[in-house]
Design a protein around this ligand. Structure first.
Ligand SMILES: CCCCCCCCCCCCC[C@@H](O)CC(=O)SCCNC(=O)CCNC(=O)[C@H](O)C(C)(C)COP(=O)(O)OP(=O)(O)OC[C@H]1O[C@@H](n2cnc3c(N)ncnc32)[C@H](O)[C@@H]1OP(=O)(O)O
Length: 335
């Protein structure tokens, strides 16, 4: 006969966490149907190796999608509340099931959870604000210098701007982590493509080849990157205050249409210009065993990278196009 395992629970405003005390659980089945969670698995629990099961009828609706992870010591289940809020108890039952107890390792009361959210929002806000200030400094500085020094500035962009650009792009890498850990509602791949793509150009192509640093292409790449970021970051900043400024939303989801292909084109020109330099300097060349030859030039990696750029452009263009349809066209229909 199936036994009941010990189950520990905790909540946040959006999620429910369950910890099922089963060692080396196997054949796990977790389902939610009509707001009732049914769990069944084999494993080592309080009554030794056995089949264990339980069910819980939740107090309020939860989303049917469940994520669970089995570790050597327990099974961790995460569910999402249908509606954001704080539950006074987990189940509809008058009395708490005997096998259920609070998970004090994850337990927070409502005000602590609220503070946790506020702390997260503060950090996100600080991150976005710093990025916005950085890219604004770059954009304004480049515009002013272009007016003052004219064409000469095209050859000097890297030396006057690169330190702030390095800082901003390192900061932008956090966006991938934010997407991966669900801190912001966005997909990981587009952010990863964007960050890896830009950092490759900045650190490898411009950063490691002195000869590239005096090329006008640096100006175009930096100017195109910063042109979109001085729109994108304020768009996020306003979203933290629940403000929607229609013109900014339109710009955020429209300006990429000319800027993205131009940006990729400028980056591709930089890669193509760098190819003979890597061949000449043998920088980053991959040494080969003596019988085969001396080394493989890094320029081969750059040829592969040019193909990846086309793929990256396609993926992100489709992603941005979908976002535009959702944010601009759906809203128009609704009004
Ligand atoms: C696997 C590795 C492979 C490596 C291959 C390398 C290939 C290289 C190809 C490289 C091509 C890159 C070229 C590029 O560098 C050139 C340029 O940038 S040129 C300049 C023009 N560029 C652009 O216009 C792109 C700008 N960038 C972006 O838009 C984003 O980085 C992107 C990831 C592409 C899309 O952003 P996201 O998916 O986040 O879209 P949203 O902004 O709409 O966000 C979705 C929802 O999440 C909320 N969100 C996101 N971030 C935040 C935040 N920080 N704070 C608060 N909220 C955030 C946002 O509000 C949306 O919410 P909702 O759905 O409610 O509207």
């Amino acid at each position: 006969m199936a036994l009941t395992p010990h189950v520990y629970w905790a909540q946040r405003h959006d999620d429910i966490y369950l910890r099922v005390e089963l060692t080396d659980a196997q054949n796990i089945s977790v389902k939610v149907h009509e707001n009732v969670l049914r769990f069944r698995a084999q494993g080592r629990g309080a009554k030794g190796q056995n089949e264990y099961e339980f069910s819980l009828e939740f107090l309020l609706p939860v989303k049917p999608e469940i994520s669970y992870k089995s570790t050597q010591r327990q099974v961790n289940i995460t569910l999402q509340k249908e509606q954001r809020g704080w539950w006074e108890k987990l189940t509809v039952h008058e009395r708490k099931p005997v096998f259920l107890a609070p998970d004090f390792d994850r337990w927070l009361d409502e005000s602590d959870a609220e503070m946790e959210i506020q702390e997260r929002v503060r950090l996100k806000w600080l991150h976005v604000l710093t990025s916005f200030l950085g890219f604004s400094w770059i954009f304004i500085n480049m515009t002013v210098r272009l007016f003052i020094f004219g064409q000469d500035f095209l050859y000097d962009t890297f030396h006057s701007i690169s330190k702030v650009m390095f800082f901003c792009q390192i900061l932008a890498s956090v966006e991938v982590l934010n997407a991966a850990f669900g801190v912001v509602r966005t997909r990981v791949l587009p952010s990863l493509i964007q960050v890896v793509g830009r950092n490759f150009i900045l650190f490898i192509i411009f950063g490691s080849l002195e000869e590239m640093q005096n090329k006008p292409v640096v100006f175009f790449v930096f100017y195109l990157w910063s042109s979109i970021e001085i729109i994108r970051y304020p768009f996020y900043l306003l979203s933290y205050c629940d403000i929607e400024w229609k013109t900014l939303t339109w710009l955020r989801y429209t300006v990429w249409i000319p800027l993205y292909p131009l940006g990729v084109l400028a980056e591709a020109v930089a890669v193509i210009q760098a190819i003979p330099m890597f061949d000449e300097t043998k920088l980053f060349s991959i040494p080969l065993p003596k019988p085969i030859g001396t080394s493989v030039s890094f320029s081969y990696i750059l040829y592969i990278y040019l193909v990846l750029m086309v793929l990256g452009l396609y993926i992100n263009f489709c992603h941005l196009y979908k976002l535009r349809m959702r944010r601009i066209h759906t809203k128009k229909k609704a009004t």
